[in-house]
Design a protein around this ligand. Sequence first.
Ligand code: ATP
Ligand code: MG
Length: 180
Amino acid sequence: MSYSRRLFFALSLPDALQQQVIRWRAVSFHPDDGRPVVAANLHLTLAFLGEVSAQKELALKMQAGRIIQTGFDISLDDLGHWPRPGVVWLGTKRAPRALLQLAQLLRSQAARSGCYQSPLPFHPHVTLLRAATKPVAIPPATPGWLFNACHFSLYQSVFEHGRTRYHELEQWQLGQQDNP
Ligand code: ATP
Ligand code: MG
């Protein structure tokens, strides 16, 4: 095994939510605002790993499998625009503690395995539009979808035939959610 692959840990959006998001996006933004991310690629990145060797991939998978963390609900009630990277995003005003803990664990495991981690604080978000470098009229509110995270996944990012696809390599369940 001598290959290396471009990997990241992320939460996937349930199919029904992906469809709701793209329907809402189509009526909430102008076609010139940016390039819409295809429904199947809507996700929330927990930790970006970059190009990873097969050996390191195995170690990262084993470490991910040891994580004990309960599931959580995320309210997608925030929207924003980062003009420099050209990203319009959907996020949350109140990130659940369990989400922050999960991302923090995955990021520190990644850093210990030698995967460069950005010093910027973790800002959980789902990218809606790319190449959005001009001013964008951001809608005042989102429909406020609630999304339940009951697992997290390792993805491979593949760029081929002019587009990026993500392949889910492995999935880990999160623990039973506490009743509020
Ligand atoms: P493309 O770059 O091909 O347009 P993409 O950004 O979706 O598409 P990747 O660059 O492979 O695909 O990124 C996969 C995920 O990791 C995305 O959520 C992306 O925002 C995130 N990501 C990519 N590079 C970094 C980085 N240097 N730091 C943090 N997150 C990153
Ligand atoms: Mg990218």
